[in-house]
Design a protein around this ligand. Sequence first.
Ligand code: NOJ
Length: 707
Amino acid sequence: MAGPWTGVDEALIDDLLARMTLAEKVGQCVQPANLDPVADHDRIAAGAVGSALYASGPLGGAERDAGMDASPVEACQRIARTQSRLGIPLVFGRDVIHGHRTVCPIPLGLAATWDEDLVGAVCELAAAEAVEDGVGWTFAPMVDISEDPRWGRVAEGFGEAPALSGRLAAAAVEGFQRHVAATAKHFVGYGLASGGRDYDTVQVGENTLRNLHLRPFRAAVDAGVAAVMAAFNDVDGVPMHAHRRLIREVLKQEWGFDGVVVSDWAGVAQLVDHGVAADLRDAARQAMLAGVDVDMASDAYADHLAGLVEDGDVPLDLLDDAVRRVLRLKARLGLLDPAQPRTRGPVAVPAGGRDLARRAAVASTVLLSNDGTLPLPDELGSLHLTGPFVEDGEALLGTWVLDGRGEDVVTPATALRARLGDRLTVTDGRFSDLAAVRTRAADVTVALLGEHPARSGEARSVADIGLPAGQLEVLHQLAGLGKPVVAVVYTGRPLDLTAVLDRAAAVLVAWHPGVEAGPALADVLFGVREPGGRLPMTFPRSVGHIPSSHHSRPTSRVIDPADDRRTGRYLDALTNPVLPFGFGLTYTAFEHLGATLSSTVLRPGHPVTLEVTIRNRGPRPGSEVVQLYFRDPVADVTRPRVELLDWARVELDAGAETRVRFELDRDRFAYFGRDQARRVDDGVIELMVGPNAATISQQRQIEVRNA
Ligand code: NOJ
């Protein structure tokens, strides 16, 4: 699709709808997996399928050898266009999450860049590559607020802060939708899965949903997202695939969302597993009444929706509304315009794609500690590289990679060998005599630690957020040899890094960085570029500390270290996290000073500017992410002790300073009260500037007035 996601000709859709039979209408709501042009020929030709997921790819070698002249996608599309009665094309969906062929950092890593332009560019690149493979619809971005590192899917989202998630969600939607339809998922509350166990039950009230979990979805909807995917979880006993209140009333009616609500994989049928539907027919009825327009990968709608309408159990106008939404998505992709047949070509990495992947990987890398060992000097004598990720390209791609290839990855060993030649030695990560000899002989050892992507992502929950077995022991042994050891942690989730921070000379978190993992690491280690990342999730001390996000709310009793009877603190551990939300060091040092407000009163229509001076008082150029937090001390419901409001990245030469401006309007302090209505109160708001959620350097107050 060329150009931005725009409106559609509703008359065209009305006309089509008026000509459709009941069976054809149901067909638009059916999305099978792995559509096959031979096995599924008859139902495509009958108009009984509207979209498909997973079928993809240009003509592969096997197909060419077999004398086929079209990929499965093309062959299916040809049947839909030329043999179905109305010739309505299919749309092909696929999980294009953080790159298609040119895999970039996982979304949690992208979130660590705090850079909307970069995230938008990565999503645009992914979409451009995917569209060449016949993909018209991606099931991304995931915008679930992620507060629990046990939950493997934190890798796929933008972290814990609604402000960060919301802005990156909008950027991702705009980037993807330059070429394909995007999907905000999973609606809603999925990040609250009990115990961090994937798919588990969710206990949350509507107020917390509105003030926290629904916000990134609202941002995605406001950015024009084409689709929203229902979540696998229940919310307080009602599975989301049957949640009429949240889908039909809040998302569609209250927010005016006019796109498609797609089920998650077999989510409609799973209403039976949840124990709220007697059978598949009942499941189809409940999902359609709730507002799920498209049934992904179950037979519930295909087998039962027509009968439900005929029997009066599902009103026809609800089905018509669902079909209209699917046709709208197709119209927006240009698919209903016969002059725009979809084309495909071989996968070609667009120029600049790899450089973008490298920039994103550098910008996502977070420096957690540094005793001065980093950046390494150009004239470094020798470097010993060790750990399970040294040459394992595939492992550095991360979770949700359907089309990326391990062989496309420039590994850390390859990139550092290119830079250091013989001055690089490599071992595999086990502690051995050889590893000891090489550690002693090298000026510095870089240990690549962390979790394999097989331990990250969907259905990859863990009960222990420590490093995988054995890695800490190796780090202890290497660090005990008396030479500096730099730890680089590849991970899809916050891990308990307390012991790593104690033992290593410097620690970097590099997430799962994608195809440019090696060059990005070399850039960061040698200070060619600064590690630009800031943590998008709190790193708690242990599983026992979960949840520990920065925006926790005040309780009846403030945690008071001097009072050991009446506080909520732990008896056996410190309460604060190891690393707070927003944390990340640089190779230089910044100071925040002199915050001023253009007015101390904020009235409707009269925005106020907050300015703060940022000074680079260190020895090198560098960039700071200046973070603005706020607190609403008296409100209708309990509000966060501190919540991210805004941020700005500034680049400064050594010794330079600049004023950073934040524009504040009254609406920024809106929230949902006890009656679930949006409100802005008269009263004081505390504003806090700092380098992370736990370090506040400047504080000011502003008085909000409604008149
Ligand atoms: C299940 C996952 O929950 C969802 O995120 C994904 O888009 C679908 N499968 C389709 O692959």
